[in-house]
Design a protein around this ligand. Sequence first.
Ligand code: PEP
Ligand code: MG
Length: 549
Amino acid sequence: MKVATGKSILKGIAIGKLKIYRKEAAQTSRTSTLTPEEEYARFQAAQKAAQEQLGELYEKALDEVGEDNAAIFEIHQMMLEDEDYVDAVKGILDTQGATAEYAVATTGDNFAAAFAAMEDPYMQARSADVKDISRRVVNILAGAETGSAQGDEPAILVADDLTPSETVQLDKSKLLGFITRGGSTNSHTAILARTMGIPALIGVDYDESWDGELAVLDGYNQCVYVDPAAELLSTMEAKRRADLEQASLLQGLKKKPNVTLDGTEIQVYANIGNGGDVGLVLQNDAQGIGLFRSEFLYLDGDDYPTEEEQFAVYKRVAETMAGKKVIIRTLDIGADKQADYFGLDHEENPALGYRAIRICLTRRDVFKTQLRAILRASAYGTVSIMFPMIISVREVRDAKEVLEECRSELKAQGLPMGQVEIGIMIETPAAVMIADELAQEVQFFSLGTNDLTQYTLAIDRQNPKLDAFYNPHHPAILRMIRMTVEAGHRHGCWVGICGELGADPALTETFLRMGVDELSVSPSAILPLRKRIRALDLRKPAGKIEDGE
Ligand code: PEP
Ligand code: MG
C-alpha cells in the first residue's frame, strides 16, 4: 500500500481504480532521424487515423446530442484535410528536418494564433478547433491516449491540473473522484468539484505508475491510499456507507424551513454551473438558485453559445424550478475561466484584467445575446439577473442600459418576458465602499466572498502556495460583509452570500446575526447548512469566531 497526502476539496470517500488523465500529447522531440518523406508518411497515417476517430465521434454525438452539436466533428474533419494546413505541416518537415509531431504541433499553434487575431468571431472560434485537431494528430503520432482520456470505466481521475473547462466536459457518470498535483482550494475547478459533490484532493505528488491501481480517496484525512490493505479497504467501505446513511438522514430535513430556534429565518439557495445541476438542486431541496455561473455554458463548447442555445438552457432551468427564484449571473469569463474562441490576449495579471462585466460592456454583441436569452427565459419562471465584478455605479447603469435595449427589442418582436429582479455581485472592495450608491441602482446584492477575499487580502485564489496565508475569517472580510448588509438594507436591497464562505458552518451564526438574507451554496452543502441553522438560538450570547488573528 502507498499513501500520498494532499488538500481536500470535499469531505467524502471515493473507492475505485485510478486513471491517469493525459490531456496533452507526450513531449515530442524536434529533430527527426527520418527523412522528410518518411515523416510525411507518418503524418498521413496519423491524419487518416484521426479522420476515423472523428467519424466515430460524429456518429456518437449524432445519437446523443443531435445533428447541430455533432457538426463540429465534421468541421474538424474538413480542417484536417485543409490544403493550407497540410502544406504548412509539409513545409516544416521539408525545411527543418523536424519530426511530424513537432510540425503538426507548430502548425496548430501558428494557425490558432492567426485565427484568434481575426475580427470575425466565427474565425476566432476556429482557433480552438485547429488546436484540438492538431493535438489529436500529435497524440496519435506519439502513441499517447486519444479519444476519451477518461477511459471507459468509472474511475478516480488523476491529473497534473484540470482547468474549469476540462472539468465541465468530464463525463460525470464515470467520475468517482479526482486527484490533481496542482490547483488551489478556491479555484473554480475546486468549486466545480464541490458543486458536483465529488470527493477531490489537490496538491498530491502522485506517481504515473499508479495508473489502473485500486485506491481509496479519503477526503476526511486528506490522503489517497493506493493498493490499500484489505483491512483499510473494508474500514473505508464502511465509512463510505456511513456517509451515504448520513446523507439519507439529512434528506429528512427536506421541506423543513431554514429557521433558527428563536424563529430567525434565512433563505438557503444553491449555486450551479450548468443546467444539468438542477437535479441536484431539487434533490437537496434548495429554495432557489442563488448563483447560476452562466460562463460554464461558454466553457463547454468551441464557439459562442447562440441566443437559442442559451435560451433553451435558461428556460429549462426556470421551468424546472417552477416559480422558485433563479439568479443568472451574466458571463464572468476571463482570469482562470478561459475559452480560446474569445481570443483574449495573454495578461500579466488576469485576475485584475479584462474579465466579466468588463468584457460584456465592451463586447456588446456577446452581452446582448446573453441578455436576450435570459429575458426570454424570464417568461417561464422567476428569473433574476446579476452582474459580476462591479466596481462603479457607471458600470451598473451601462449594464442596465444594454438590458433595457434588449427588452425593447424583444418587446418590438412580440416575444414574452417576465418581471426580472436586477442585482450585482459585491466582490471587489470598491463595491463594498460604495455599496450605499450601488444599492440605489439594484434590488439585491450577492457577496462573492471568493473574489472579495482575493482582492481584499491581496491573495491570488489560484496560487496554492498562498493557502497558508489565506484566512477567510479575516476581520477585514467579516467587516466588509457587515458593511454591505447594512448598506443594502438601508436602501431596501436584500443581501445574500454566494461565495464559498456562505457554506462555512463556523460563520452561519455570524451571518444570521448580521442580518444576511440568503446563503447560496453548493447543492451538497444545503442540508448540512439547514441542520446548522435549525440548531442555532440567537437569544443566547454570540459564539466567538475563530478569526485566526
Ligand atoms: C465569488 O467570487 O465569490 C463568486 C461567487 O464568484 P466566482 O467564484 O465564480 O468568481
Ligand atoms: Mg467571483
